[in-house]
Design a protein around this ligand. Structure first.
Ligand code: CAA
Length: 382
């Protein structure tokens, strides 16, 4: 196994680090405003971060999933809200069109998505269907040469800034998860409304919305993949999405560790720097080990995906381990800062809140355990 990054991966990592230097100082202000300014979204588009895995023939960077994950970690280390926007856009929306779209759908959307001219959102969850994604109630019924959508969605990252929504609705309610279809819905479609912006604990600059469809008419050409084939699209996209969230967790954890190390080296108590105390050192050692282990799991899952292999188990392991680690590392970083970790003067307070989302969105830790256990039992079936 070669742990050395390719030349391309190193270049992309450097480019992500350079852009991250621009994003980092903005994080506190953006979370107060609960929004990412449009000029920073445009800049990310110009630099290629909105089309990382989109093929070059469609205006993207044409990178593999491993290089994508490396870029995602660097951006999350600086500004997790911005990276959350990119993660959903790249892995759940660009990939949806690239992997499952017709040539017409690709031509219509991929260039604009890759340039960041159109931002993407992915909408699966509903008020009554979170972990049990197969039980969604929003529906689409055939009508003339198209479909009419009705129902509600929630927890949609990028909801208020997106121009294109990858939406999952039931087209055969009696068939549960085998009766779900995926549609590419444009923001301007009549009967489609973007609802309130959620007031979140963390990742506050990331725009999370509810959606409503009321007699929302879409042409048949907006169906992505086959009729009633949407659930497998949703699940296989989430394999890649969870790598992006795992990378986000590694980035947040690395930032929390960096902050804790810097603070421990200057903060003095009992006449010594607190970094000289073994209780502090034990924390730093566990934090550093967790960050490295999480990074390796994320990169392993991403390397599998890069080779076109199914990575359901590995992506769930990566997301679960990395997000649990980020929560623990951010907790310890706050502890090392003492009272200063509990106020907004220092960024560890934000890392602590940002990290919390990772164990919930794109599948809770409980769902990741369920997926991992299913795969392990299937592999060992006798
Ligand atoms: N890739 C391809 N196919 C897959 C798959 C995968 N990763 N996972 C499942 N499938 C297939 C199965 O093989 C099965 O196929 P058949 O019909 O041919 O047998 C089919 O999909 C149904 O699979 P399951 O029987 O496993 O389905 P289930 O109803 O038991 O659900 C679950 C499984 C893992 C619990 C799933 O519902 C799940 O992942 N839940 C969590 C959903 C989630 O992560 N939601 C967050 C969405 S992100 C969001 O909302 C925020 C945002 O902005 C991004």
């Amino acid at each position: 196994m070669d742990f050395e990054l390719t030349e391309t991966a190193k270049e992309v990592q450097d480019a992500a680090r350079a852009f991250a230097q621009r994003l980092k100082p903005q994080a506190a202000e953006w979370e107060e405003a609960e929004a990412i300014p449009a000029d920073f979204l445009r800049e990310g588009g110009r630099l290629g971060f909105f089309g990382l895995m989109v093929a070059q023939e469609y205006g993207g960077m044409g990178l593999d999933a491993l290089t994508y994950a490396i870029a995602m970690e660097e951006l999350a280390r600086a500004n997790a809200s911005y990276q959350g926007c990119l993660s959903v856009h790249n892995s759940l929306v660009c990939e949806a069109v690239q992997r499952f779209g017709t040539p017409d759908q690709k031509n219509r959307y991929l260039f604009k998505l890759a340039a960041g001219e159109v931002i993407g959102a992915y909408s699966l969850s509903e008020p009554g269907a979170g972990s049990d994604a197969g039980s969604i109630a929003a529906s689409a019924v055939p009508d003339g040469d198209g479909f009419v959508l009705n129902g509600e969605k929630c927890w949609v990252t990028n909801g208020g800034i997106a121009g294109l929504f990858v939406v999952f609705v039931s087209t055969s309610p009696a068939s549960a998860s085998r009766g779900i279809s995926c549609f590419l819905l444009e923001k301007e479609t009549s009967g489609f409304t973007v609802g309130r912006k959620e007031k979140k604990m963390g990742l506050r600059a990331s725009d999370t919305r509810a959606l409503e469809f009321k007699g929302c008419r879409v042409p048949r050409s907006s169906l992505l993949g086959s009729l009633n084939g949407g659930f497998k699209i949703a699940m296989s996209l989430l394999d890649g999405g969870r790598i992006g969230i795992g990378a986000q967790a590694v980035g947040i954890a690395q930032a929390a560790l960096d902050g804790a190390v810097s603070y421990a080296k200057v903060r003095k108590q009992f006449g010594r720097r607190i970094s000289e105390f073994q209780l502090t050192q034990a924390k730093l050692a566990d934090m550093a080990m967790g960050v490295d282990a999480a990074r390796l799991l994320v990169r392993r899952a991403a390397a599998l995906l890069s080779r076109g292999k199914r990575c359901t188990k590995e992506a769930s392991m990566a997301k679960l381990f990395a997000t649990v680690t980020a929560n623990r590392v951010a907790y310890d970083a706050v502890q090392i800062h003492g009272g200063n970790g509990y106020i907004r003067e220092f960024p560890v307070e934000r890392y602590f809140r940002d990290a919390r989302a990772g164990e919930i969105y794109e599948g809770t830790s409980e769902i990741q355990r369920l997926i991992i256990a299913r795969e392990v039992l299937r592999e060992r079936a006798s």
